[in-house]
Design a protein around this ligand. Structure first.
Ligand SMILES: Cc1cc2nc3c(=O)[nH]c(=O)nc-3n(C[C@H](O)[C@H](O)[C@H](O)COP(=O)(O)OP(=O)(O)OC[C@H]3O[C@@H](n4cnc5c(N)ncnc54)[C@H](O)[C@@H]3O)c2cc1C
Length: 412
């Protein structure tokens, strides 16, 4: 029986849910606190890709040089709201500094990814989530020959060096695999080992059911303050005070403010992404498909097609940016043709760190508080391994992955 008895997980996104499940299977009593339905925030709207191939941090000098041009180009995947510039200053400075550590970060991400598949298997097997997972691989397409040639000399080689299984496809092969696509592509790459979920929200619901069936408790309230004292960790919600032995902060973008209350400053930003739900008679896809030059993903989700992407640095609650949505619609037409029915649109905030690595670790001055947030573009992919690491940390075990690069204090 573990010495720590009752643990609170703040945040019921995919990271909080996975952490709660791993803690529960280690024998702890676990309460999740979140005012929203589990999985209904950023974890609702993603592209559903368990992107094991994504082992290259965005934080590198070649990317840094491209940023000014991308910000000017209205069709580029990157945009920045003027009101958000002050928030971005600490992020930008740390992004620049992190570029010097690219190889170390790449190694850390590769280590984390190498354990992600197995950690997913555990949660999927135990919760019955496998019915929501498909193993059809994923495609990354280039609309220009120059894009392919450049990638062959750069990213493809780099990923192959990391042990990622990659196959090069010509247009005929792509057409055979995905006949619903318009022939906008000059070629592409296929990741045969990629898995994806056909419904991110159903996966969260499946994890939630499993959590509740095993005695877990969910409190639908917002955490306002966290007060650690000699008796335990007191959590003040919008309605009550609750007492726990240990606390995990997995509150997505809001984690920044909760961590700051406890003296830890992480330059976490809102990297907003959008999705459009698309329907068109006779069109369906078998797997996620990225248009790499524009950083958008088409994915077969909730019995339709979802186009997800863009990186917009803006306040979490700012209204959706019409230009971003129009730009995505143009991409959708290029990829799927005319007469598309856009049935819904969504915007949500990725919790992004300057070095593309999540924060996973305990407070130095209070080991009873563990942080698990900042997964940026890879929250679904890295949720289960994060949960496993959280449970190892709480139990005082040697973590399966060296956590130095994920330290909450690396930006101090
Ligand atoms: C367009 C788009 C496409 C993406 N595609 C992919 C993909 O294909 N693969 C992939 O791996 N990742 C993808 N991502 C990233 C992924 O969705 C996120 O990294 C992930 O959802 C973050 O999960 P989370 O649990 O940290 O945060 P969230 O899902 O945002 O959950 C945080 C929770 O904390 C709660 N909370 C906040 N403050 C408090 C408080 N004070 N008290 C209590 N609760 C609180 C919120 O209500 C929320 O429920 C994509 C993201 C976007 C935007």
């Amino acid at each position: 029986m573990p010495k720590i008895k009752h643990i609170a997980v703040v945040g019921a996104g995919i990271v909080g849910l996975s952490s709660a499940l791993w803690l529960q299977r280690a024998g702890f009593k676990v309460t999740i606190i979140d005012p929203m339905e589990p999985g209904a925030a950023t974890s609702y709207g993603n592209a559903g890709v368990l992107a094991g191939f994504a082992r290259l941090p965005f934080t590198r000098f070649s990317m840094l040089c491209k940023i000014p041009g991308m910000l000017i180009d209205k069709d580029s995947p990157l945009s920045l709201a003027r009101h958000y510039v002050p928030e971005l200053i600490p992020y930008g400075w740390n992004y620049f500094k992190s570029c010097f550590r690219y190889k170390k970060m790449r190694h850390a991400l590769t280590e984390l990814q190498s354990k992600a598949w197995e950690a997913d298997q555990v949660l999927l097997n135990e919760s019955g989530g496998h019915s929501l997972i498909r193993s059809e691989g994923s495609l990354g397409l280039f609309s220009s020959q120059s894009g392919i040639e450049k990638a062959k000399k750069g990213e493809i080689l780099e990923r192959q060096g990391q042990g990622v299984n990659i196959e090069l496809f010509d247009p005929a092969m792509i057409r055979e695999m995905e006949p619903s696509l318009e022939p906008f592509y000059a070629g592409g790459i296929y990741y045969p080992d990629t898995r994806f979920t056909i419904s991110p929200i159903e996966l969260s619901r499946c994890y939630t059911r499993h959590f509740l069936d095993n005695g877990g408790c969910i409190v639908r309230e917002k955490v306002n303050f966290i007060n650690p004292d000699d008796q335990g960790i007191e959590v003040q919600t919008s309605l009550q005070r609750l007492q726990f032995d240990h606390l995990v902060i997995a509150a997505g973008v809001a984690s920044k403010h909760l961590a700051a209350q406890l003296g830890v400053k992480v330059p976490l930003v809102n990297e907003r992404g959008y999705h459009l739900s698309i329907e068109k008679e006779g069109k369906s896809l078998s797997r996620p498909i990225a248009w790499l030059e524009n950083a958008v993903f088409l994915a077969p989700i909730n019995n339709g097609i979802r186009l997800a992407g863009t990186a917009e640095f803006a306040d979490e609650n700012a209204p959706p940016n019409r230009e971003r949505i129009n730009c995505m619609k143009r991409h959708a037409h290029t990829m799927l043709g005319d007469n598309l029915d856009f049935t819904s649109k969504w915007v949500g905030s990725r919790p992004s760190t300057p070095d593309s690595l999540p924060v996973i670790g305990s407070l130095l001055n209070d080991q009873r508080i563990t942080l698990a947030f900042g997964h940026g573009h890879l929250g679904l992919t890295l949720s289960a391994i994060t949960g496993q690491l959280v449970s190892e940390i709480v139990q005082g075990q040697k973590p399966s992955v060296d956590l130095e690069s994920f330290s909450p204090y690396r930006f101090s």
